[in-house]
Write a protein that binds this ligand. Structure first.
Ligand code: AMP
Ligand code: GLY
Length: 451
C-alpha cells in the first residue's frame, strides 16, 4: 500500500541543510505538520489557506492530505530523523499533531536544532503522559478536579476502593491509547480493572494506577493556546466518545463533535480560565517547564462549575476539525504566535456560527475491522470553506481510494445554526458511497434533540 502523493514539489528536497532562524512574521514559510489523521488534514487545510504558507509537507499524511500537501514518509517519533528531515527540506515551522512525538521529546530536539516548533516540550507533555503528574499540578495550582490517590501495587489500590466505594474511576497513569480509564460502577469492576492494569495489560503505562472520585455533570472541551506565559482561548467543543447513538456502547477515539459547546458558556469558560488554566500555566512556569502549544482542557461541568477531567497536550480528534473549520487561515498566525511567544499581541476573530463533524468509521470499529474496502462518491461532494470531508484513515491503492484505519472520514460543515451545520454534514455523509462505513446519526443530540 502506498500513500498517494500527487503534489510532490520538485523544489522540495533541495534544502540547504542549514539551521534556520525563526522567520519574521509574514514571511512565506515552509511548514511541516507531523501526523496523518483527520486532525492533521484539518490543520493542513486551515494552514494552506493562509498566504504565509509557502510549501506544505505532512508526515506521514493520508490520501486526502495528499491533495493539498506533499506527504512524506518519516518516523515522526524519532527526533533525530525529524530534525534531519526539517534541515534537508528547509522547513521554517513545524506543527506537531499527535501526543506520541510530543511525549517522545521531538519538540525539544527540533527547538535545540533551532526550528520554530508548535507543541510542548517532553517535560510539559507530562500533562497528558502522566495522570498522576496532572493531579499533582492541579493540587499545587489549586485547580478544581476529582479527589485522587496513586498506587504502585494492587493490594493498596483495592483497599482504597473498598474504603471509598463505587462508582469510582481507575486510570492507568501513562499513555494507553484512550483505553486506560475505567469508570467502574461497582467495586468488583474497579477491582478487576486494578488487577488488569497491574497484570501488565498497558505495559509501563499501568505500572502506576490513579484512582479518582467519580464526577457527575456534562463534559465539554476547552481549547487554549499557550506561549509559556499568555493563554488565549480558541474555542469550545463537545465530542461523542461512545460508538452508539445516545452515548451507548464502547468508547472510541471520538465519533463526532461540534463547536461551540453551549454548556461551556462564557461564564463557565471564564471560570475554567482563571481557576484551572491560568494557575496550571503558572505552576508549569514556576517549575521551569513552561507550557507552549495547544492545551486541550477536558472539563466536567455541573451547575455552572467546571472541574478538570484531563489535559491533553494536542488538539482533539475530531474536535480539531470543527475548530479549524471555524478558524480557517488565522489558525496558522495563532499557532505561530504561540510558538514565538507573541500570543499577547493576538486575538481570535470568530464568526458567530457553528460547525459539526461526523465520523465515518469502518464497520467493527472500535473492535476489529477490515482495511482496504473501496470508497466512492467523494467526487460528488462540493467542498468549500464551509464543507469538507477530512480524511482520517484513507490510502490510495491502484488509483482507488480505500479505507485504511478505524476512523476513516470526517464530514465537516459550518452553518449559521448547529442544525444547519448538522444537515450539511449528514448530506455529505449521504453522498459518500462506502457500504462498509458506519456513523452515528445523532451527533449534536444534547443540543438539538434533548428536550
Ligand atoms: P480521561 O482519559 O482521563 O479523560 O478519561 C476518559 C473519560 O473517562 C473521560 O472523558 C470521562 O468521560 C471519564 N472520566 C475520567 N475521569 C472521570 C472522573 N473522575 N469522573 C467521571 N468520569 C471520568
Ligand atoms: N476526541 C478525544 C481526543 O482527541 O482525545
Amino acid at each position: 500500500m502506498r500513500i498517494f502523493c500527487p503534489n510532490f514539489p520538485a523544489e522540495i528536497g533541495t534544502g540547504s541543510g542549514r539551521q534556520r532562524a525563526a522567520p519574521l512574521s509574514g514571511w512565506p514559510m515552509n511548514i511541516l505538520i507531523l501526523g496523518g489523521g483527520g486532525r492533521e488534514h484539518s490543520l493542513a487545510w486551515a494552514v494552506k489557506q493562509n498566504p504565509k504558507c509557502d510549501r506544505l509537507i505532512v508526515a506521514p499524511g493520508n490520501a486526502g492530505i495528499a491533495d493539498i500537501a506533499w506527504c512524506a514518509d518519516l518516523d515522526i517519533e524519532d527526533g533525530t530523523a525529524v530534525v534531519e528531515f526539517a534541515e534537508a527540506h528547509a522547513v521554517d515551522f513545524i506543527i506537531i499533531g499527535p501526543e506520541a512525538p510530543l511525549a517522545a521529546g521531538v519538540s525539544d530536539d527540533l527547538r535545540a536544532a533551532g526550528f520554530l516548533t508548535f507543541g510542548p516540550s517532553k517535560a510539559a507533555a507530562q500533562l497528558e503522559a502522566s495522570k498522576a503528574f496532572t493531579k499533582e499540578i492541579c493540587d499545587a495550582a489549586g485547580a478544581p478536579t476529582a479527589a485522587w490517590a496513586r498506587f504502585d501495587n494492587a493490594d493498596a489500590a483495592k483497599a482504597h476502593v473498598e474504603a471509598k466505594g463505587a462508582p469510582i474511576v481507575v486510570k492507568a497513569d501513562g499513555l494507553a491509547a484512550g483505553k486506560g480509564v475505567i469508570v467502574a460502577m461497582t467495586e468488583d469492576e474497579a477491582t478487576a480493572a486494578i488487577d488488569d492494569m497491574f497484570s501488565g495489560t498497558f505495559g509501563a503505562a499501568g505500572a502506576e494506577v490513579v484512582i479518582e472520585e467519580f464526577m457527575t455533570g456534562e463534559e465539554a472541551s476547552y481549547f487554549v493556546l499557550a506561549d509559556g506565559e499568555t493563554a488565549l482561548a480558541i474555542g469550545t467543543a463537545q465530542d461523542h466518545k461512545r460508538i452508539g447513538e445516545g452515548d451507548t456502547g464502547p468508547n472510541t477515539g471520538g465519533m463526532g463533535a461540534y463547536s461551540p459547546a453551549p454548556v461551556l458558556s462564557d461564564d463557565v469558560a471564564r471560570r475554567a480560565m482563571t481557576r484551572i488554566v491560568e494557575p496550571t500555566l503558572a505552576e508549569m512556569a514556576r517549575r521551569d517547564t513552561p507550557y507552549t502549544g495547544v492545551l486541550y482542557v477536558g472539563l466536567m461541568i455541573e451547575n455552572g462549575e467546571p472541574r478538570l477531567v484531563e489535559y491533553n497536550v494536542r488538539f482533539g480528534d475530531p474536535e480539531c476539525q470543527v475548530l479549524m473549520m471555524r478558524l480557517g487561515g488565522q489558525a496558522l498566525d495563532l499557532m505561530q504566535a504561540a510558538a514565538e511567544g507573541r500570543l499577547s499581541e493576538k486575538e481570535v476573530h470568530w464568526a458567530d456560527d457553528h460547525a459539526m463533524t461526523v465520523v465515518l468509521a469502518a464497520e467493527g470499529y472500535p473492535g476489529s475491522y477490515h482495511k482496504g474496502s473501496a470508497i466512492g462518491g467523494l467526487d460528488t461532494v462540493d467542498e468549500d470553506s464551509h464543507h469538507m470531508v477530512f480524511h482520517a484513515g484513507t490510502a490510495e491503492v491502484d488509483g482507488r481510494l480505500v479505507a485504511n484505519g478505524g476512523r476513516v472520514l470526517n464530514a465537516t460543515a459550518r452553518g449559521g445554526t448547529l442544525q444547519e451545520a448538522r444537515d450539511a454534514a449528514y448530506a455529505m455523509i449521504d453522498s459518500i458511497d462506502w457500504p462498509e462505513g458506519i456513523c452515528r446519526r445523532d451527533i449534536g443530540w444534547r443540543v438539538l434533540d434533548a428536550s
